[in-house]
Structures are given as structure tokens and as C-alpha cells.
Design a binder for this molecule. Structure first.
Ligand code: ACO
Length: 325
């Protein structure tokens, strides 16, 4: 009998400090950087984001989200035999954030590694965990997206610093007799690396290059709209499903205009679109599992619903996972 994987629990965590657009605009004004609640809401749909305290790391946020997901799945950390963390803001250069999280969870022994695909990271990590479960390499996986993007923001660049936030989301993915993950597809085109990057690195004990996020917003926007439609269609074909089978669409939460345009292209009514970008901002790899957990706990998404997850981000990377919850 073929092995399948299915999500058995979701969890998430936002650091307590919520910063509204008005608060952020006031803080930026002190540095001479001009923005407004109106500009941010009209262009992006973002109203607020959460920022972690300076001593809080991605693995700290991941730990809270992982515990909530384990509780929802009725599992202990000791039951887990695979940990994958998607992050572009790791605690350290090495060891991986997944290994640091594993130590905090007290789940020594199982494989633990990070996936770096920026805002597509969670979709990449989920597809990898699904493959490992289906081949028998794992049976109970923790798959997490965790980010402290506030650490790499240039607060003198109003074109980017108003867009991002911190947070973590997690799922427990387990072996199942019936398919939960129906199909997935991942892509990258490294020739577009320059349109969205944090180019700095460490060499000889010094930071070389600029360690703050750079984005050509319009170039990202144009690419994102195209690939989100094509990858969703491709995954539907692979799964033998149609647009009308999608109960919920959870695209990467970066910009409400990109999300709504994707829903329209897939002929989905906007009430099937899960939206958390208004309250979370763009939390990169954490955005999809955060939105999934909010929709599950809020009673929107129920067991058995068909959900399309779609990631897009730096790399340039993109991908989608279609699943029955
Ligand atoms: N407040 C006020 N004015 C601003 C701000 C701000 N925060 N930011 C930019 N502006 C100004 C610009 O200076 C410009 O002014 P000018 O016309 O006088 O030169 C004007 O607003 C328009 O700027 P644009 O950059 O052209 O604005 P645009 O409509 O393209 O919106 C945005 C920018 C929101 C970034 C949009 O391009 C976007 O959402 N892009 C996609 C981002 C995305 O999806 N990222 C996902 C991946 S993220 C990841 O992987 C990490």
C-alpha cells in the first residue's frame, strides 16, 4: 500500500510587540523617513506587524509554534523523527536553527536541518518532509517556518522596512493511509537573485557587503503574479483536481494585491482566500504556516478541506502544495 503524509496538527507564534502602521510611521519619522498608514494599507494591505525583542531568535519563535503544533497533534517532542526549519534569518551561521530548536525541544537523535528558500521556504520544507515520509525515511515530522526579518531590515529604506514582520508557524506531518498532501511542485530561477536579496556575508570576522534586505518591488511583483498562477495550475493537474476543488487558498502573505490577483486568476471567490498579511505583514517562510494555523484555530479551515499553499520569494523561488487537511 502506498505511504502518504497528512498534517495532524498546526501551531504558530507571534512575538508580543505589535507595531501598527501609525506607530511605525512615527518611529520612522524620527529618523527623517516619511511614510503613512494610508500608503502602506493601499499598496500592501498591511496594517500591523509583530517585532521580536532583540534577544529573541528564530529558534525561540519556532519553539513556541512547534509546541502548539505538537499539542494539536497529540504528540510529544520525543515522537518526532524529523525536524525541518525553513528560515532566512537563522540564529547562527551554523549549527542550523533546526538543530538549535531540536535541543530546546529535547528531541535528540532525529535528523534536523534548515531549508533556505526565503518566502517559499515553508512550501519547500513541506514538500521535502512529504517526500521523506512517503519513502519511509521518516514517519512524524515537525515542519516549521520561523523568521526574525526585523533583524535584516534597513529602517532608512521606506520601500522595504514597512513590509516585513517576525513570527513562526509549524505543522506536524505524519504517515497516513489516505493522502493528505495530494501534490507539490517546486521551482527556482537563480538568474533573478538580485531583485530580492540580503547580499552581505561574514569574512575574516567582518561583515562583507550589505547585510540588509534589498528589493526591487515592482520586478518581484510582476514575477510573483505570473508564477503563482502557473504553479497552482500545474499542481492541480498533478493531483487530478480542478480550481473549483480548492476550499481555501493560502498564498505567501506579502501583498494583498498579489494575493487577490492570484485568487481571481484561479476563479476563486475572495472569501476562499486566507488573509493574515493585514495583521502579520510579510513574515517570509513563516507566513504560510502562520496563516494556516490562524485559519484552523479560527474555525475557517476544517478537517477534510482542500487547501492550496503557494510560496514565492527570493532566489527567485516559488512552489505550491495542494493538500487535504
Ligand atoms: N511610504 C510612502 N511612500 C513610499 C513608501 C512608503 N513606505 N515606499 C515607497 N514609497 C514611494 C516611492 O518612493 C515612490 O515614490 P516616487 O513615485 O515619488 O518615486 C512611490 O511610493 C511608488 O513606489 P513603488 O516602489 O513604485 O511602489 P509600488 O506600487 O511598486 O509598491 C511594493 C511597492 C508594495 C513593495 C510592491 O512593489 C510590492 O508589493 N512588491 C512585491 C513584494 C513581494 O511580493 N515580495 C514577496 C517576496 S518577499 C521575500 O521573498 C523576502
Amino acid at each position: 500500500m502506498p505511504r502518504h503524509s497528512r498534517i495532524t496538527g498546526t501551531g504558530s507564534y507571534l512575538p508580543p510587540r505589535r507595531v501598527s502602521n501609525a506607530q511605525l510611521a512615527a518611529e520612522l519619522a524620527e529618523r527623517g523617513v516619511e511614510t503613512s498608514d494610508q500608503w502602506i494599507v493601499e499598496r500592501t494591505g498591511i496594517r500591523a506587524r509583530h517585532f521580536a525583542a532583540p534577544d529573541v531568535t528564530s529558534s525561540d519563535l519556532a519553539l513556541h509554534a512547534a509546541r502548539h503544533a505538537l499539542e494539536a497533534a497529540g504528540r510529544e517532542a520525543a515522537d518526532i523523527d524529523l525536524i525541518i526549519v525553513a528560515t532566512s534569518t537563522p540564529d547562527m551561521i551554523f549549527p542550523s536553527t533546526a538543530c538549535l530548536l531540536q535541543a530546546k525541544l529535547g528531541a535528540a537523535g532525529c535528523p534536523a536541518f534548515d531549508v533556505q528558500a526565503v518566502c517559499s521556504g515553508f512550501v519547500y520544507a513541506l514538500a521535502v518532509a512529504d517526500s521523506m515520509i512517503r519513502t519511509g525515511a521518516a514517519s512524524k515530522a515537525l515542519v516549521i517556518g520561523a523568521e526574525v526579518f526585523s533583524r535584516i531590515l534597513d529602517f532608512n529604506d521606506r520601500g522595504t522596512c514597512v513590509l516585513f514582520g517576525d513570527g513562526a508557524g509549524a505543522v506536524v506531518l505524519e504517515t497516513s493511509d489516505t493522502p493528505g498532501i495530494l501534490a507539490s511542485e517546486l521551482h527556482a530561477d537563480g538568474s533573478h537573485a538580485g531583485i530580492l536579496c540580503t547580499p552581505g556575508t561574514v569574512q575574516g570576522g567582518k561583515v562583507l557587503g550589505d547585510p540588509l534586505l534589498k528589493m526591487d518591488g515592482q520586478a518581484v511583483f510582476k514575477l510573483a503574479v505570473g508564477v503563482l498562477e502557473s504553479v497552482a495550475r500545474s499542481v492541480l493537474v498533478k493531483a487530478g483536481r480542478q480550481d473549483s476543488d480548492i476550499d481555501w487558498l493560502i498564498p505567501h502573505q506579502a501583498n494583498i494585491r498579489i494575493m487577490q490577483s492570484t485568487a481571481k486568476k484561479l476563479k476563486l471567490p475572495l472569501d476562499k482566500l486566507v488573509v493574515t498579511v493585514d495583521e502579520h505583514g510579510n513574515t517570509s517562510a513563516a507566513s504560510i504556516p502562520l496563516a494556516l494555523d490562524h485559519a484552523v484555530r479560527g474555525g475557517q479551515i476544517r478537517r477534510g478541506d482542500t487547501v492550496m499553499l503557494e510560496g514565492v520569494g527570493g532566489g527567485f523561488t516559488w512552489g505550491a502544495v495542494l493538500l487535504d487537511l
